[in-house]
Each structure stands twice: as structure tokens, then as C-alpha cells.
Design a protein around this ligand. Sequence first.
Ligand SMILES: Nc1ncnc2c1ncn2[C@@H]1O[C@H](COP(=O)(O)OP(=O)(O)O)[C@@H](O)[C@H]1O
Ligand SMILES: [Mg+2]
Length: 453
Amino acid sequence: MAKRKTVFVCTSCGYRSGRWLGRCPSCGSWNSFTEEVEISRVTPTARGVLNFLSSGSQPLPITQAEEEVFVRFPSGIEVLDQALGGGLVKGQVILIGGEPGIGKSTLLLQLSHSLASEGKKVLYASGEESVNQIHLRAKRLKALNENIFVLSETVLEKIEEVTQEINPDILILDSVQTVFSAEIESSAGSVSQVREVTYRITELSKQSGAVSLIVGHVTKEGQIAGPKVLEHIVDTVLQFEGERGSFYRILKVVKNRFGPAGEVAVFKMTSFGLEEVPEPSAFFLSERNTERAGTVIFPYTEGTKPVLLEVQALVLPSVYSTPQRRSEGFNPNRLPIILAILEKEAKIFLRDKDVFVNIVGGMKVDEPGVDLAVALAITSSAKNKPIPPEVAVFGELGLTGEIRNVYFAKARVDEAKRFGFKRILVPKSVARELKDPDVEGFLHIGQLLEAVF
Ligand SMILES: Nc1ncnc2c1ncn2[C@@H]1O[C@H](COP(=O)(O)OP(=O)(O)O)[C@@H](O)[C@H]1O
Ligand SMILES: [Mg+2]
């Protein structure tokens, strides 16, 4: 049965050690280890393996394995259904991460309402708010429906009991950090607890076929607490992002066992809740000032549906001996590399300049296709010359200044063309393949800058 031992767990990445460590050997975080009492138990996955072994299953030739048929049903929030690959799947476990205040509870309450209106029974278990607070919020969002049952509870065993009793189609847990199992000694929010809670909810979901949506707060490093341990348990991971003070909210599919990952759904936060934005490209383009230097359009995608984003840069003389380099939405570690390539390969010298980069709208872009847009926006600001408004650009920048191909090139070009961009600057191989008069291909960053300025 259960075995106890003390372990030290890195709260940032979930790395485990028998003793306390000052610095995590896995993720490099300092002072991130906490002591946790651990009761080892058979995990659902391990249990699945045991069942598999004991049932005496035989290996099958892969050609004979039958295709699993997922039972999908729409959530009623169209942009979400699209991003999820066609709706929710029976028994699916979804983790929704995001900073406090971004709109996770709002989204889930609206989702509850839309599902309840279709006759689904929803159990909304909250460890964060009282039943009354949830009621008030639901009233403001016009999300009251008698098929939604609310439970204000932090003890996992109680939530399990109620779930078994009322047998909902949808189980919402808000949030994984506030709920704890009485069987485990460490406190709510610890790595052991969030993992235990997620395992148990997953088990419940797989048994009953209920779709579970679990809220996870994100730490300041941008990771869901105990990220590695949670992300591999659940079927789907959604990340809710947005800029402080902005109305845009972007829901990104980070992982999806039942559909493509990398898809995005865009919402607008209003006092009546989240509104769907079915045409995000148009939305992001609407506020652009094409007369200024330092802005360019970049067709972003990590999935099947590209979105046109505005990349901005601001370059100005630095008053400090160490110039500032900052970026929002673009990997800050990549910025000095882009600057080094610009200096060596295109003779753009920015050593004594402050450089700021921003992806407008709060999207965090973590794909190499954005490199060229960043390099172009920086050069535009440095030269104080606007980039022609008909230009859109994508491609990865190599260390020798070479321009490399990226995924989904055709889809990116199509999206740019759909919005009337007449000069789409791309890696040479893409242009060769597409043979489109609106598409210009380049091998080297120097060539590309020459063509634009
Ligand atoms: N009374 C209100 N009127 C208008 N907007 C509100 C109101 N209360 C909350 N909001 C909006 O909802 C957001 C909080 O969303 P919430 O779903 O509670 O976030 P999370 O669950 O991710 O912490 C706030 O940032 C604000 O934009
Ligand atoms: Mg909340």
C-alpha cells in the first residue's frame, strides 16, 4: 500500500531530489526546492499499465489497430471549438493556465452556461470563491442556468464524493492550487498536491466520461505550477494570455491529444464577459499606424490557422553605459542574437542604443518565424524609415545572416494575401515553391534589408 518518504521538489520544474539543493540542476532556478512528504501510490497511468498486463493483451500489428472514435460535442463557444479541433471529447481533461485576473473563471462560467443551455449537467467546484460570489458573477455574465451546480469546496475527497453523486457531464475545478487531498500531508498548491489532485480528477473523468476543466495559476516565470508534472497527466493544455490593460485575451492550445496543438482562439474582455473574436487578424491590424518607423506585420502560426500580428521596435540612443534590451512577447534571450546578426551581417550597429521589441496584443510568440519581422522592425526604427504598409514578413534568421524556411509557409502567405498585403517577404525556398508575384524570396538578411530600405 502507501509508502511515505520525504523528497525535495523544485517548484519551478518538478525536479525531485533526496536532499535540499540551492540550485535546480534541471531548470537552473535558485532556492526553488521545498520539502514534501510523499505517499507513493499507483498512478492512473501505472494502473492502466497493470490492467493491461493482467488482462494478457497481445501486441497487434499497427495496421490492424482500430481507429479510436472520439465522441465530440461542441462547447458552444465557436472559436474555442475550432481551436480544440472540433469541440470537447468525452472524458477529456483540460488544464487552463494563466495569470490571476486574466479571465479563466469568466471563461469557464460562460462555457458552463453555453453547455448547460444544451442540456449538459455542469458541476462548478471552486476553492477560490463562495457560492454567492460565483452566483453574482454568473448573474453579471448572464450565465445563470439550473443545470449548473456550484460547490465551494477545497477538499478533494468531498469534490469526488459530490461528483459521483450528481454525475455531471462537465466538471470544473477552479483552481488546482486551492484544492487539496486530505490523504497527503503537504499543503495546498505544493507540487505533490497539485499532481495528486490532477491525477484524481483525471481518474474520475476517465471513469465517468465527464469532461474536466482544471484551472491552474501560472507562476511569474510563465509556467503552470508544477508544470511538467501536470502537463503530461492531462489531455489538453490551454494557456490564457493577454497584455496588462488590454482587452485582448488569447487562448493558446499548448498540447492536445485530440487535435492539433498550436491553435489560438482570441477573445475580447468586456463587462459582460468574454466576446469571441472570429477574425483576429483584422482585429490586430486595426490599430496600426503605418506612417511610423518600427512596425511590421508578421503572419504568426504554430497551428493551422495563422494570425497577422504587429511587431514593433523602438531604437534610441542609450543614456546608460549598458544599453537596455527589452522585449514583450518575444524571447528576450533571442534579442541580443538578432542584434549581433544585424551588426555582423548587415552593418547595423546598435551597441550604444536601447532596443525595445513588442508583439502588439499580448501574444507570446515562441516560434522562429518571427525573427525576420523583429530584425526588420528594429532596422526600421534605427533608420527612422517606415516599412511600406504593403509589406508582411516571416522567416527564421540563422547566425550567418541566412534566412531559413519555417513551417506552414503557404498558410501564412494566404493569410497575408487575404488582408491585401502585396509584398510578402519570405525565405527564398518558399518563394521558389509558391511562384506568386506578391511573394519575394531572400537568402540573406542583407539582401532583404536592401530590398526594403
Ligand atoms: N464587475 C466587473 N465588471 C467588469 N469586468 C470585470 C468585473 N469583474 C471582473 N471583471 C473582469 O474580469 C477579469 C477577472 O477575470 P477572472 O475570470 O476572475 O480571472 P481569473 O479567474 O483568471 O483570475 C478582470 O481582470 C476584469 O477584466
Ligand atoms: Mg478565477
